[in-house]
Design a protein around this ligand. Structure first.
Ligand code: MN
Length: 271
């Protein structure tokens, strides 16, 4: 790779995608290059196009959200044809894919996942899987995040994603891509034949608790370990959380602009 400065262009508009069979698809994730869900998504992408690139974090980056590595250098490691690992975050992977690896021919579509575990409701704000799709969206590239709900103590039912993902991609591409918006897809923890259907729904909100374990290291110094979320329940019907519980696949459009427009209107009365 040539030395010097490479800029990643942030365009004003989202690139158009119409023909999937000729599309360059970038597959990434936050579970890392070795993750089984990445292989699943790679196979899904390859069923749609011949030009599939995989660029993923070298080690797991779950819950890293939209982190960008600014204080240390990054390395790109080739691990096969059109296959690279980066010692950074999912966002770093998308940035270096666009700015270095694919700078002469940008991806037409970014697929992120398939994450081990769902990314619904408030989890979207922690998710590295969704953040990779966010970064692509900022760079004007249509993007979809995929996550598979996994029940505690059970193996992930990857077959459910394998069975349903490609038709979801095809339908979203056929529908026409919105500006500054990504799609967040969650598969329920059910075998493919038991899935009740696909629902377009809004992001939900959880009720529950975050567990923090406190214990001592060998020198009796206390340390804390943020663990899993306790039993999460949907607070509202018709959300990603609620329909997944019912046995549907959820598809949620996520806007990059976080402004609360209703509150902005109210605020205009006092400022
Ligand atoms: Mn993850």
């Amino acid at each position: 790779m040539s030395e010097g400065s490479h800029s990643v262009v942030i365009p004003g508009k989202t690139r158009k995608i119409t023909d999937l069979s000729n599309a360059r698809i970038l597959v990434t994730n936050d579970d890392g290059i070795q993750a089984p869900g990445l292989k699943v998504l790679e196979a899904i992408a390859k069923s749609l196009s011949d030009d599939v690139w995989v660029v993923a974090p070298e080690i797991e980056q779950s819950a890293m959200s939209h982190a960008l590595t600014l204080r240390r250098p990054l390395q790109i490691k080739a691990c096969g044809e059109k296959r690279f690992a980066i010692d950074g975050t999912p966002t770093d992977c998308v940035v270096l894919s666009s700015g270095i690896l694919m700078k002469d021919h940008l991806p037409d579509l970014v697929l992120s996942g398939v994450n081990w575990g769902s990314n619904m409701g408030d989890d979207v704000t922690y998710s590295g899987t969704v953040a990779a799709a966010m970064e692509a969206t900022l760079l004007g590239i249509p993007a979809i995040a995929f996550s598979l709900s996994v029940l505690e103590g059970q193996d992930p039912l990857w077959k459910t994603a394998e069975t349903h993902a490609s038709s979801i991609v095809q339908r979203l591409v056929g529908h026409g891509w919105p500006e500054q918006c990504l799609f967040n897809v969650n598969f329920p923890a059910l075998p493919p034949e038991n899935v009740l259907g696909i629902r377009a729904v809004k992001m939900g909100h959880f009720q529950g608790a975050i567990n923090v374990e406190s214990t001592q290291d060998p020198k009796q110094r206390p340390y804390y370990w943020i663990g899993d979320f306790e039993q999460k329940a949907a607070m509202e019907e018709g959300t990603d959380i609620a329909v997944l519980e019912e046995g549907f696949i959820s598809v949620t459009p996520i806007k990059m602009n976080l402004t609360d427009l209703a509150e902005l209107k109210r605020l205009n009365h006092i400022f």
